[in-house]
Every structure is written in structure tokens, then in C-alpha cells.
Design a binder for this molecule. Structure first.
Ligand SMILES: [Zn+2]
Length: 149
């Protein structure tokens, strides 16, 4: 489950930041998670609940805001906002579902904190001209937006 290692890294970082600021508790952690990092929120929440026990974040809430991917087309220069599940539905209709399943598998095996641009093979087609010569310029990253103490 890649959610656990993601939340673990985020959580360590938050504890570090709190310590540097002499905070005695954390009450809320706000994250922005790119849709293409394929984080399942319920697993992330479960991991968080396990990790926070007995720490200064014992009563903290984890708030996750999902952000869309931004796909740049190298053929027609179009930029489109896309969501993984919608692209997957479209791909199923076009008979490209296997590529999506492979992407999910690849992503699940990687660590996501650095918004690795190589995370999963790029399989996404341009919304305008259907070219496969595209780059996902946003949507794989995980950012700590703020930390409430
Ligand atoms: Zn295009």
C-alpha cells in the first residue's frame, strides 16, 4: 500500500517542522495531492491515524485536497486539465484500458514525494487532437499546504 509510505514521509516532515517552530501540538495538516499520484484517501487516513498515536499530532486532522493533472500536448500545444478516473473511462471505451492498469501498478510501486516526473509511463492522450505525444506537467505531486498547531 503506497499510501502508508507517502503519509509516513509527510508526517515525519510535519513533526520536524513543528519541532523547529517549538510547537507543542499539531491540530491540522493540509495536503494537496495530485490526482495522478493515485492516493486512495481512506488508506491515507488510516495510515495517518496509526502514525499519529502518541505523538504531538495525536488529535490532528488530515485534510486532503485533490488537484487535477495538467496535460500539455506537444503536437498542438493545448493544455488540458484532466482527472485520472475520467481518462481511464475514456481509455476503456477506446480499448486502451491495459495501459491504465499498468500505470496504476507502476505508480503504486513508487514513492511520490518528489513529484517524480517519471512516475508511471505517460499514456495520456491530448483532449483536443488525441495525440499521444504529451507531457503531464502537473498532477503527480504531493504538497504540504499548511500545518496548524
Ligand atoms: Zn493536441
Amino acid at each position: 500500500m503506497h499510501e502508508f509510505s507517502m503519509v509516513n514521509q509527510i508526517f515525519r516532515k510535519c513533526l520536524e517542522v513543528a519541532k523547529q517552530n517549538n510547537a507543542t501540538k499539531i491540530s491540522e495538516i493540509n495536503l494537496e495531492v495530485g490526482d495522478f499520484a493515485l492516493i486512495v484517501e481512506i488508506y491515507a487516513q488510516q495510515a495517518f491515524d496509526t502514525l499519529k498515536k502518541g505523538t504531538i499530532a495525536d488529535k490532528a486532522k488530515l485534510i486532503i485536497k485533490r488537484t487535477p493533472g495538467v496535460l500539455h500536448c506537444n503536437s498542438c500545444q493545448q493544455k488540458s486539465e484532466i482527472w485520472f478516473s475520467k481518462e481511464k473511462e475514456k481509455a476503456a471505451v477506446e480499448g486502451r484500458l491495459e495501459e491504465y492498469e499498468k500505470y496504476e501498478k507502476e505508480v503504486a510501486e513508487k514513492t511520490l514525494l518528489k513529484a517524480d516526473p517519471n512516475l508511471g509511463t505517460n499514456i495520456f492522450h491530448c483532449r483536443k487532437c488525441d495525440s499521444s505525444n504529451t507531457t503531464l506537467i502537473e498532477g503527480k505531486g504531493i504538497t504540504i499546504r499548511n500545518l496548524r498547531t
